[in-house]
Design a protein around this ligand. Structure first.
Ligand code: RFL
Ligand code: PHB
Length: 391
């Protein structure tokens, strides 16, 4: 098998890249180790930056997003039983975010790819990238019980944090920057209308909590839990009772309960792999970097990477210059590190670190007070949340 761009992984990064390349008249093949149902049901991100929504629209994947996505003009910060709303458009010159689940982004892109695009092979597991530093990189993969080779002009590893693409970059050329956090998020989906019309990020002495949503009738909520927690160790009643405590306010706000349809625990980590390119192998999305979910940045970063790659390849085709491809890693990493910083700040602002001293807790509250009382501090948060420009 032969193609121009071999794409490993059909998460948001790989699927959007295939679509952008198709739009530009460049052929690709996508290899995905899981089956279609798994990829379409995997619960993850929920927030699209304005730039991400605009890219999806321009790629022809905006129809259902515009119909079913919920535009959000702010978030609420909750601490000390008080509520503070951050108004995005007022602080950023009109920017907002959209609540539209990653599952739905993937479903829309898969449908488009199967209808109009190049091959998208499910249950096709990439085993290794070979010849990354040559003009003829290859992906060895297994599909239908047989091993095969995909010959490419370029390979893009969009295979997530647990993928194999990264391992083709020699260790002596690689630097990894990493931090793990001693807590995780217990996430639930519940068949109950969201108790607030915007997301609520709560800092509480018992730990962080987040109220989000998937639709006007489905809530998505998260609780900070110790690392290594088993989701099944929490009964539904215990989860609702803990959420109620962490969202408590001095006014008459109440949390609506409903049947929990799914629960799982996500570990939290910050991770950056440098460089994001070796020869003709490029890394995009979670394959190259991870952020803790507090800043809602992971999916949006993945989109930035593939937009940068697609632009660079189109530029190379139109002008013969590899200048943008050569700058790929540098261009992406500038935005990646801003998102790393923002996600780290949001995480340390809102979570209860085990062993935190009373001094550190007071500082956390002072940081929240500062955001609530200074337009400059609040603008910094609003700019970060609504998104940094694509390189
Ligand atoms: P993905 O989505 O992990 O996709 C990688 C794909 O590669 C496949 N794969 C392979 N295929 C072939 N051969 C191999 N050897 C392969 N190895 C792996 C996998 O099966 C998979 O289909 O990476 P991608 O495309 O880079 O997308 C990244 C995003 O999924 C991720 O950053 C976000 O979900 C992070 N995230 C959030 N991001 C946001 O922008 N906003 C949010 O609100 C947000 N909330 C979240 C999140 C992530 C969470 N979890 C579970 C980690 C909330 C949570 C709870
Ligand atoms: C979600 O809805 O899944 C979500 C929203 C905001 C975050 C993280 C996750 O910061």
């Amino acid at each position: 098998m032969r193609t121009t761009v071999g794409i490993i992984g059909a998460g948001p990064a790989g699927l959007l890249l295939a679509r952008l390349l198709h739009k530009a008249g460049i052929d690709s093949v996508v290899l995905e180790s899981r089956d279609r149902g798994y990829v379409e049901q995997r619960q993850r991100a929920g927030i699209l930056e304005q730039g991400t929504a605009d890219v999806l629209r321009a790629a022809g994947a905006g129809e259902r997003l515009d119909r079913e996505g919920l535009r959000h003009d702010g978030i609420e910060l909750r601490y000390d039983r008080r509520r503070h709303r951050v108004d995005f458009p007022a602080l950023t010159g009109g920017r907002s975010v959209t609540v539209y689940a990653q599952t739905e982004v993937c479903k829309d892109l898969i449908a488009l790819q199967l209808k109009e695009g190049g091959p998208l092979l499910f249950e096709a597991e990439a085993l290794a990238v070979e010849g990354a530093a040559t003009d003829h990189p290859r992906v060895r993969f297994r599909h239908d019980g047989r091993e095969d080779v995909l010959d490419c002009a370029y390979v893009v590893g969009c295979d997530g944090f647990w993928g194999i693409a990264r391992t083709a970059i020699p260790a002596e050329l690689t630097r990894v920057f990493e931090r793990t956090y001693p807590f995780g998020w217990l996430g639930i989906l519940a068949d109950v209308p969201p108790s607030h019309d915007e997301l609520v990020y709560a800092r509480h002495d018992r730990g962080f909590a987040l109220l989000s949503m998937r639709s006007p009738s489905v809530s998505r909520l998260y609780l900070q839990v110790p690392e290594g927690t088993d989701a099944e160790a929490w009964s539904d009643d215990e989860i609702w009772a803990e959420l109620e405590r962490r969202f408590e306010t001095d006014d008459d706000w109440t949390l609506r309960r409903g049947p929990i349809t799914q629960k799982s625990v996500t570990p939290m980590r910050s991770y950056v792999h440098e460089p994001m390119r070796h020869g003709r192998l490029f890394l995009a999305g979670d394959a190259a970097h991870i952020v803790p979910p507090t800043g809602a940045k992971g999916l949006n970063l993945a989109v930035g990477d593939v937009v940068t790659f697609a632009r660079a390849l189109v530029h190379q085709r139109e002008t013969g210059s590899a200048e943008l491809l050569d700058a790929y890693s540098r261009t992406c990493l500038r935005r990646v590190w801003q998102a790393e910083r923002f996600s780290y700040d949001m995480t340390t602002l809102l979570h209860r670190a085990p062993g935190a001293t009373p001094f550190e807790e007071r500082l956390q509250l002072a940081r929240l007070e500062r955001i609530a009382s200074s337009r400059a501090a609040e603008t910094d948060l609003a700019e970060g949340y609504t998104g940094f420009p694509f390189g």
